[in-house]
Ligand binder design. Structure first.
Ligand code: SAH
Length: 235
């Protein structure tokens, strides 16, 4: 099944054994991917289910359900202070490829930039495309941006905050809890977290961790953190 193209379909597009394709999806399948009537592709609902489907003009016939086994055994919520410019696009793309379950954009003391609602839409589209390309069963959830301080008061799972300077244990040495099903990992902005943010995070149950001796860019740090978690949990 390696060569088949896959596209994300909203659950509402499924009508019995048919998939009603949008104009945009028809264009993508026929003009961009050059599929013809009768060709097969994989339709995924982004919520864990995939099907083998066959193209028929404006719709597709569902042939059979598929089992997708590309998800991590642990659910990771990546909390990222919004980087400047379009840096977050890259974070969404790479962390989706690496298996993240949820991305929470946060506004920190050093990034007070409020993104437009169009940005959220754009990030969700990037996550969908990256999930298709990485053959994921799930499209990660991208939450509305929230102030880090507000968000801190709601968390209650096992969590780590990445801090670039200081004498903190390495993340790889903290990932021993094999039974852990949920991990929250927080990455700061270009300017780093403020001391107050780190203190508040520790008071809320966060473990401060290092990702190594070099200072990573805000868009590189999530890649390193997610790779370490993947390596520790995926058998
Ligand atoms: N400008 C800051 C560094 C910010 S790096 C300074 O000079 O101190 C952006 C974010 O990436 C940090 O807030 C942290 O969450 C993460 N990060 C980068 N390098 C890291 C490292 N070596 N260990 C842990 N976190 C790191």
């Amino acid at each position: 099944m390696t060569q088949l193209q896959r596209i994300a379909i909203a659950p509402s597009q499924f009508q019995q054994e048919q998939i009603l394709l949008t104009k945009e999806q028809q264009h993508y399948l026929i003009r961009v991917l050059r599929l013809r009537e009768g060709d097969r592709f994989i339709a995924m609902d982004g919520l864990g289910k995939s099907w083998l489907a066959q193209l028929q003009q404006e719709q597709a016939q569902v042939l059979e359900p598929l089992t997708v086994e590309s998800e991590l055994p642990v659910s990771i919520n990546l909390v990222v202070a919004l980087p400047k410019g379009n840096g977050f696009d890259e974070v969404v793309r790479t962390s989706t490829e690496l298996g993240v379950a949820c991305i929470t954009p946060v506004l920190s003391d050093r990034t007070l930039l409020h993104p437009s609602p169009q940005k959220l839409e754009r990030w969700r589209r990037i996550a969908t495309e990256a999930a298709e390309q990485s053959e994921r069963a799930f499209v990660p959830t991208i939450l509305e941006p929230v102030a880090f301080s507000t968000w801190l008061s709601f968390v209650n799972s096992h969590q780590y905050i990445c801090v670039a300077r200081g004498n903190f244990p390495h993340l790889k040495d903290c990932l021993h809890h094999k039974e852990q099903a949920n991990i929250v990992i927080a990455i700061g902005p270009e300017g780093g977290w403020t001391d107050k943010e780190i203190e508040n995070a520790i008071a809320s149950g966060f473990q401060p961790v290092s990702l190594g001796r070099r200072i990573l860019r805000a868009v590189t740090a999530p890649i390193v953190a997610l790779s370490l978690i993947t390596a520790a949990y995926e058998v």
